[in-house]
Design a binder for this molecule. Structure first.
Ligand code: 5LI
Ligand code: NI
Length: 183
Protein backbone atom coordinates (compact mmCIF):
# COMPACT_ATOMS: atom_id res chain seq x y z
CA UNK A 1 0.00 0.00 0.00
CA UNK A 2 1.12 3.60 -0.62
CA UNK A 3 2.35 5.38 2.53
CA UNK A 4 3.45 8.98 3.10
CA UNK A 5 7.11 7.89 2.72
CA UNK A 6 6.33 7.02 -0.93
CA UNK A 7 5.06 10.53 -1.71
CA UNK A 8 7.62 12.91 -3.19
CA UNK A 9 7.65 16.53 -2.01
CA UNK A 10 8.11 20.00 -3.43
CA UNK A 11 11.56 20.33 -4.97
CA UNK A 12 11.60 16.80 -6.41
CA UNK A 13 12.01 17.24 -10.21
CA UNK A 14 9.35 14.64 -11.10
CA UNK A 15 6.67 17.02 -9.77
CA UNK A 16 7.63 19.50 -12.49
CA UNK A 17 7.75 16.98 -15.36
CA UNK A 18 5.07 16.30 -17.95
CA UNK A 19 4.01 12.69 -17.28
CA UNK A 20 3.89 10.25 -20.19
CA UNK A 21 0.73 8.76 -21.67
CA UNK A 22 0.35 5.04 -20.95
CA UNK A 23 -0.36 2.48 -23.67
CA UNK A 24 -3.19 -0.05 -23.67
CA UNK A 25 -3.52 -2.86 -22.85
CA UNK A 26 -2.07 -1.80 -19.51
CA UNK A 27 0.79 -3.83 -18.09
CA UNK A 28 0.09 -5.58 -14.79
CA UNK A 29 2.35 -2.94 -13.23
CA UNK A 30 0.30 0.00 -14.57
CA UNK A 31 -2.96 -1.68 -13.54
CA UNK A 32 -1.61 -2.15 -10.01
CA UNK A 33 -0.42 1.47 -10.01
CA UNK A 34 -3.96 2.70 -10.70
CA UNK A 35 -5.42 0.42 -8.06
CA UNK A 36 -2.82 1.48 -5.49
CA UNK A 37 -3.55 5.17 -6.15
CA UNK A 38 -7.29 4.72 -5.57
CA UNK A 39 -6.62 2.56 -2.53
CA UNK A 40 -4.50 5.36 -1.03
CA UNK A 41 -7.25 7.94 -1.42
CA UNK A 42 -9.89 5.63 0.07
CA UNK A 43 -7.60 4.63 2.98
CA UNK A 44 -6.71 8.28 3.62
CA UNK A 45 -10.40 9.10 4.13
CA UNK A 46 -10.94 6.22 6.55
CA UNK A 47 -10.21 7.45 10.07
CA UNK A 48 -8.92 4.16 11.36
CA UNK A 49 -6.66 3.47 8.36
CA UNK A 50 -5.44 7.08 8.19
CA UNK A 51 -4.53 6.99 11.87
CA UNK A 52 -3.06 3.48 11.78
CA UNK A 53 -0.80 4.20 8.79
CA UNK A 54 -0.35 7.95 9.34
CA UNK A 55 -1.91 8.91 6.01
CA UNK A 56 -2.65 12.56 5.12
CA UNK A 57 -6.19 12.72 3.75
CA UNK A 58 -6.82 13.55 0.12
CA UNK A 59 -9.62 13.49 -2.44
CA UNK A 60 -7.18 12.48 -5.15
CA UNK A 61 -3.61 11.48 -5.93
CA UNK A 62 -1.59 11.40 -9.16
CA UNK A 63 1.10 8.90 -10.20
CA UNK A 64 3.90 11.52 -10.37
CA UNK A 65 3.33 12.11 -6.65
CA UNK A 66 4.82 8.67 -5.99
CA UNK A 67 7.57 9.37 -8.50
CA UNK A 68 5.94 7.53 -11.40
CA UNK A 69 5.61 10.06 -14.27
CA UNK A 70 2.66 8.35 -15.96
CA UNK A 71 -0.68 9.95 -16.87
CA UNK A 72 -2.80 8.17 -14.26
CA UNK A 73 -4.62 9.59 -11.23
CA UNK A 74 -7.36 8.56 -8.82
CA UNK A 75 -10.21 10.58 -7.33
CA UNK A 76 -12.57 9.45 -4.59
CA UNK A 77 -15.33 11.27 -2.82
CA UNK A 78 -16.84 9.53 0.14
CA UNK A 79 -20.64 9.58 -0.25
CA UNK A 80 -20.71 11.56 3.02
CA UNK A 81 -19.24 14.53 1.12
CA UNK A 82 -22.39 14.42 -0.96
CA UNK A 83 -20.41 13.67 -4.13
CA UNK A 84 -20.75 10.21 -5.64
CA UNK A 85 -17.51 9.87 -7.57
CA UNK A 86 -14.72 7.32 -7.52
CA UNK A 87 -12.40 6.99 -10.49
CA UNK A 88 -9.06 5.86 -11.80
CA UNK A 89 -8.40 8.13 -14.80
CA UNK A 90 -5.85 7.02 -17.42
CA UNK A 91 -4.66 9.54 -20.04
CA UNK A 92 -7.25 12.06 -18.82
CA UNK A 93 -8.13 15.19 -20.82
CA UNK A 94 -10.35 18.24 -20.45
CA UNK A 95 -12.26 18.38 -23.74
CA UNK A 96 -14.21 21.57 -22.97
CA UNK A 97 -14.78 23.93 -20.07
CA UNK A 98 -16.92 26.81 -18.89
CA UNK A 99 -15.77 30.40 -19.29
CA UNK A 100 -16.85 30.85 -15.70
CA UNK A 101 -14.21 30.10 -13.07
CA UNK A 102 -14.54 28.73 -9.54
CA UNK A 103 -12.31 28.46 -6.51
CA UNK A 104 -12.42 26.87 -3.07
CA UNK A 105 -12.74 29.60 -0.46
CA UNK A 106 -10.55 27.43 1.81
CA UNK A 107 -7.79 27.30 -0.84
CA UNK A 108 -6.11 24.03 -1.78
CA UNK A 109 -3.58 21.69 -0.25
CA UNK A 110 -1.32 19.00 -1.67
CA UNK A 111 0.29 15.84 -0.29
CA UNK A 112 3.48 16.91 -2.06
CA UNK A 113 3.53 20.31 -0.32
CA UNK A 114 4.48 20.22 3.37
CA UNK A 115 3.35 23.74 4.10
CA UNK A 116 0.05 25.53 3.88
CA UNK A 117 -0.06 28.10 1.08
CA UNK A 118 -3.03 30.43 1.48
CA UNK A 119 -4.87 31.92 -1.45
CA UNK A 120 -7.58 31.35 -4.02
CA UNK A 121 -6.78 28.87 -6.81
CA UNK A 122 -8.81 29.90 -9.90
CA UNK A 123 -10.07 26.93 -11.89
CA UNK A 124 -12.78 26.26 -14.49
CA UNK A 125 -16.18 26.02 -12.79
CA UNK A 126 -17.36 23.20 -15.07
CA UNK A 127 -15.36 20.78 -17.19
CA UNK A 128 -16.19 18.08 -19.71
CA UNK A 129 -13.52 15.42 -19.31
CA UNK A 130 -12.49 12.25 -21.09
CA UNK A 131 -10.30 9.44 -19.75
CA UNK A 132 -9.81 5.70 -19.96
CA UNK A 133 -10.44 3.21 -17.17
CA UNK A 134 -8.06 0.36 -16.37
CA UNK A 135 -9.82 -1.85 -18.96
CA UNK A 136 -9.08 0.70 -21.68
CA UNK A 137 -12.70 1.82 -22.02
CA UNK A 138 -13.06 5.53 -22.69
CA UNK A 139 -15.48 7.46 -20.50
CA UNK A 140 -16.65 11.06 -20.69
CA UNK A 141 -18.06 13.08 -17.82
CA UNK A 142 -19.22 16.57 -17.04
CA UNK A 143 -17.99 17.77 -13.63
CA UNK A 144 -18.75 20.81 -11.52
CA UNK A 145 -18.11 21.82 -7.91
CA UNK A 146 -15.39 20.10 -5.90
CA UNK A 147 -15.06 17.16 -8.32
CA UNK A 148 -14.30 19.61 -11.15
CA UNK A 149 -11.73 21.41 -8.96
CA UNK A 150 -10.08 18.18 -7.86
CA UNK A 151 -9.93 16.80 -11.41
CA UNK A 152 -8.06 19.95 -12.47
CA UNK A 153 -5.71 19.70 -9.45
CA UNK A 154 -4.81 16.13 -10.45
CA UNK A 155 -4.52 16.87 -14.17
CA UNK A 156 -2.16 19.71 -13.26
CA UNK A 157 0.09 17.16 -11.53
CA UNK A 158 0.38 15.25 -14.83
CA UNK A 159 1.57 18.49 -16.44
CA UNK A 160 4.07 19.47 -13.74
CA UNK A 161 1.84 22.22 -12.35
CA UNK A 162 1.33 22.76 -8.60
CA UNK A 163 -1.80 24.42 -7.15
CA UNK A 164 0.13 27.41 -5.85
CA UNK A 165 1.28 28.25 -9.39
CA UNK A 166 -2.24 29.62 -9.90
CA UNK A 167 -2.37 31.84 -6.78
CA UNK A 168 -2.12 35.60 -7.36
CA UNK A 169 1.29 36.40 -5.87
CA UNK A 170 0.46 40.12 -5.53
CA UNK A 171 -2.71 39.40 -3.56
CA UNK A 172 -3.53 35.72 -2.91
CA UNK A 173 -7.11 36.60 -2.00
CA UNK A 174 -7.72 39.04 -4.83
CA UNK A 175 -11.19 38.79 -6.29
CA UNK A 176 -11.21 36.50 -9.30
CA UNK A 177 -13.14 37.81 -12.32
CA UNK A 178 -16.25 35.84 -13.31
CA UNK A 179 -15.67 33.24 -10.59
CA UNK A 180 -17.94 31.46 -8.12
CA UNK A 181 -16.59 30.75 -4.62
CA UNK A 182 -17.07 27.17 -3.46
CA UNK A 183 -17.40 26.75 0.31
O1 5LI B 1 -3.04 15.80 -5.69
C1 5LI B 1 -3.72 15.42 -4.70
N1 5LI B 1 -3.35 15.70 -3.46
O2 5LI B 1 -2.23 16.39 -3.30
C2 5LI B 1 -4.10 15.22 -2.30
C3 5LI B 1 -4.21 16.25 -1.19
N2 5LI B 1 -4.98 17.40 -1.62
C4 5LI B 1 -6.33 17.34 -1.69
O3 5LI B 1 -6.95 16.34 -1.49
C5 5LI B 1 -6.99 18.61 -2.03
C6 5LI B 1 -7.26 19.55 -1.05
C7 5LI B 1 -7.90 20.73 -1.39
C8 5LI B 1 -8.28 21.00 -2.69
C9 5LI B 1 -8.02 20.05 -3.66
CL1 5LI B 1 -8.48 20.35 -5.27
C10 5LI B 1 -7.37 18.86 -3.33
CL2 5LI B 1 -6.99 17.69 -4.56
NI1 NI C 1 -1.76 17.48 -5.09
Amino acid sequence: MIRMKDIIREGHPTLRKRSEEVQFPLSQEDRKLGEDLLEYVINSQDEEMAQKYDLRPGVGIAAPQINVPKRIFALHFDESTGENLSMIAVNPKIVSHSVEKAYLTSGEGCLSVDRSIPGYVPRYARVTVKAFNLEGEEFKMRLKGLPAIAFQHELDHLNGIMFFDHINSQNPFAEIENATPIK
